[in-house]
Write a protein that binds this ligand. Structure first.
Ligand code: BTN
Length: 242
């Protein structure tokens, strides 16, 4: 089992991801920071993550980082772990590839992995889970926001964070190994829009097809008119009615 996590609790910060990135030289490996609220919470693709008190906003720091091909799979692993926590609480939940969690028909959690090489190679992953309330997700066309409290009494943010970190260590005890090597089938079984037609946007590119699952590398398998394609990034949404 890896060593302990060094915990930092902040009443307020801009973004817990940025807090770790800005303090890289003074912070050690396996530092985790949680903020009661964030004033400039960040989502994927440059979006904002509204972060009023009552949600879980936390980021972890790994120095040295996992290899680049493993890094994005850590986000998928954390999404799957959060999904498992919701299911254990009796809440119908799925993993929305590549790193969101859906409960009911809304987005309840999102993961934001970031990595770099300066001043030392580093890896930070933030997780945001809507517990008490479901703040809006500005600039997003995907599922509406959802909160844990809509389905069941929400856990205490610290208690939930403890469980997520424990499960992360159990599932991925050695960061030189693949974080999801033996989970692809399990994640496929919990995949949002599985068997249904979706659009996946990556920059200028748009692919449409039926979601078939994920492979061992965490890539989305999409059955399109011209065969099976494997996507390693993108923004997935149901096909718009034409
Ligand atoms: C997304 O779904 O677009 C990702 C959302 C990630 C939000 C979390 S909250 C904690 C951490 N700090 C941030 O600024 N963002 C992540």
């Amino acid at each position: 089992m890896p060593g302990t996590w060094r915990r930092i609790l902040l009443e307020s910060t801009g973004s817990t991801n940025d807090f770790l990135k800005e303090g890289l030289l003074g912070l050690s490996d396996r530092t985790v920071v949680r903020a009661v609220r964030q004033t400039s919470g960040k989502g994927r693709l440059g979006r904002t993550w509204e972060s009023p008190p009552g949600g879980l906003y936390a980021s972890i720091l790994l120095v040295p980082p996992p290899s680049p091909e493993h890094a994005s799979r850590v986000a998928l692993l954390i999404a799957d772990i959060i999904c498992g926590e919701l299911l254990r609480a009796g809440i119908g939940a799925c993993v929305k590839w590549p790193n969101d969690v859906i409960a009911g028909d809304g987005k309840i959690a999102g993961i934001l992995p970031e990595y770099g090489t300066f001043p030392v190679p580093w890896f930070v992953t933030g997780m945001g889970v809507n517990l008490a309330a479901a703040p809006s997700i500005p600039g997003r066309n995907g599922p509406p926001p959802a909160a844990w409290a809509r389905f069941a009494p929400p856990p205490d943010p610290d208690a939930l964070l403890d469980r997520l970190l424990l499960e992360l260590d159990e599932a991925w005890p050695d960061r030189t190994l693949d974080p999801i090597s033996d989970r692809a089938e399990g994640i496929t079984g919990r995949l949002w829009m599985s068997g249904r037609e979706v659009e996946v946007v990556r920059g200028e590119r748009l692919d449409t097809g039926i979601v078939k699952g994920i492979d061992a590398q965490g890539r989305l398998l999409l059955s399109t008119g011209s065969g099976m394609i494997y996507l390693d990034s993108g923004e997935l949404s149901p096909v718009r009615s034409r």
